[in-house]
Design a binder for this molecule. Structure first.
Ligand code: NAD
Length: 477
């Protein structure tokens, strides 16, 4: 049992203003495994004040990028050394299979941190341009106090997409973990202290959505960075619009994997284990619409059904597990409800279904629907669980049209023996990323969404620009 009765504010452990607590429940055992304070508006006030003070008067924004990068480098070194601890903890709090956790919940966030620490040396922080009346210095300054609000599915990764560029830019941060997965923030706070992140530069207040909304509109905040559902992103975007406050929004997805006529069946189906089912399907970029050519539809359906039926579903801490439990009973209900909707819509279950693989824990059998048309709700709405839809197409143009016929535009992939042709097809897909014969998020390339999948980009130099204001200083010859 991991019990925390403090909040990380101003570089130390502060007593919360209220008495409410958040119980963290293991999705595998359904038992309470941790407890943290349930942050209140008064706690947010204090955290914003600490971040404000550190930004307005503290050393952090005044240090050189290289000096800040050195601190990030130290944090990255601690992270690299202790990442197994992080992977185990996140698996315990939200049910990610340990093999995925080691990579996606721990190694990847550390790589993002290291990437931004390294980028500081190459990034153009200032340049000189010839102006009409004389030279102009164009400088990049930190945007200020950042509110970072992130979800439970990949908590350290979605946090690090914000934290690492914000910190290297010279911003200070108030981070709000989700109530489902707040424990990993405590580990990171300890590491930040060890690495010498100055007081007030990083603050954590776990809390629910109302207190999150309070943070978004707080007068002491200069920028909001959010990962989560499209519904929440819309309301945060509205609030930021009223305030003219910059916001980066990484939202939901319903990405398509296009299997072309010439795709190798074995590698394609194996690739879906990661591209479509990573993290129990609780991944915004999961490719849950699989588009198969009519000529190969039955063959692909058989292979996909077989692969998904053979997945090992169980204790997420077990290294043999491929699919763990969903984060909460609420999520189990939601995913099972979509399986019922798919049945009612006339789609055919070819793997999984409503029989639960285990009595205890919030498990749902990984499920594949065949005979799906793109207008069904199971093809249009984000399910956020291990449920795939297999949609037939007639021609390649038809496949591109179906892939783009979505409110979302986050990820995607093309599977083909002809990689150059795959790249041409990927160019036609209206999403922020589209892989060929794989799907991966690289720290040095931008990630984000078109349409209802969000605004702005994280990762890469683009992700750093989101935490900078550009200032021009012209002067006479
Ligand atoms: P959610 O939107 O309910 O919550 C996400 C976070 O925002 C939580 O910390 C929550 O407390 C907070 N929150 C919710 N409403 C808020 C509001 N109005 N104001 C301020 N804070 C608010 O999402 P969830 O169910 O926790 O997470 C799953 C969703 O996240 C999925 O839709 C998924 O697609 C999305 N997601 C997107 C990405 C991406 O990069 N595009 C990555 C991971 C998850």
């Amino acid at each position: 049992m991991r019990e925390h009765d403090r909040l990380f504010i101003g570089g130390g452990w502060a007593a919360p203003a209220g008495t409410g607590v958040i119980d963290v429940v293991s999705p595998h055992t359904e038992e309470v495994v941790g407890r943290v304070p349930d942050g209140t508006e008064a706690d947010m006030d204090r955290a914003v004040q600490a971040a404000r003070l550190a930004f307005d008067n503290g050393p952090w924004p005044r240090m050189t990028p290289a000096e800040r990068a050195a601190v990030l480098g130290r944090l990255s070194a601690v992270y690299a050394e202790r990442q197994q601890e992080m992977a185990d903890l996140i698996t315990e709090e939200m049910g990610s299979p340990i093999l995925f956790s080691i990579f996606g919940q721990a190694a990847l966030p550390q790589m993002v941190l290291q990437y931004y620490a390294d980028l500081a040396a190459d990034f153009t922080w200032e340049d000189e341009r010839p102006g009409m009346l004389g030279p102009v210095t164009v400088t990049r300054e930190p945007v200020g106090v950042v509110a970072a609000i992130y979800p439970w599915n990949v908590p350290q990764f979605t946090l690090m997409l914000k934290l690492a560029p914000a910190l290297v830019a010279g911003c200070t941060v108030v981070a709000k973990p989700s109530p489902e997965a707040p424990l990993d923030a405590y580990l990171l706070a300890e590491w930040a202290r060890e690495a010498g992140v100055p007081d007030g530069v990083l603050n954590f207040v776990p809390a629910g959505r109302e207190v999150g909304a309070y943070l978004v509109s707080h007068p002491g905040v200069d920028k909001v960075a959010f990962t989560g559902s499209t519904a929440a992103g819309r309301s945060i975007g509205e609030a930021c619009g009223r305030l003219l406050r910059p916001a980066t929004l990484e939202l939901g997805g319903k990405s398509a994997a296009i299997v072309l006529e010439d795709a190798d069946l074995g590698t394609t189906i194996e690739g879906f284990k990661m591209a479509s089912l990573m993290n129990n399907g609780e991944a915004c970029a999961a490719q849950t619409r699989i588009l198969a050519p009519r000529s190969r539809y039955d063959e692909i359906a058989d292979a996909l059904g077989e692969m998904v039926s053979a997945l090992t579903v169980g204790d997420p801490a077990d290294y043999a597990t491929e699919i763990g439990p969903l984060v909460a009973r609420r999520q189990q209900d939601r995913v099972e409800n979509y399986i019922r909707i798919g049945q009612d819509e006339g789609a055919k279950i070819i793997a999984g279904g409503l029989d639960r693989p285990h009595d205890r824990g919030w498990y749902v059998a990984p499920t594949v629907f065949a005979d799906v048309s793109n207008d069904m709700r199971i093809a249009r709405e984000e399910i956020f669980g291990p449920v795939l839809t297999l949609i037939p197409y007639e021609t390649e143009d038809d496949a591109v049209r179906i892939a783009n016929d979505s409110d979302y535009g986050l990820g995607g992939s093309v599977w083909t023996a002809d990689v150059a042709h795959g790249v041409e097809v990927a160019r036609r897909i209206r999403t922020g990323s589209c892989g060929v014969n794989l799907y991966v998020l690289d720290p040095n390339t931008p990630f984000g969404g078109y349409k209802d999948s969000g605004l702005g980009r994280e990762l890469g130099p683009e992700g750093l620009t989101a935490y900078l204001e550009h200032k021009a200083i012209p002067r006479p010859h």
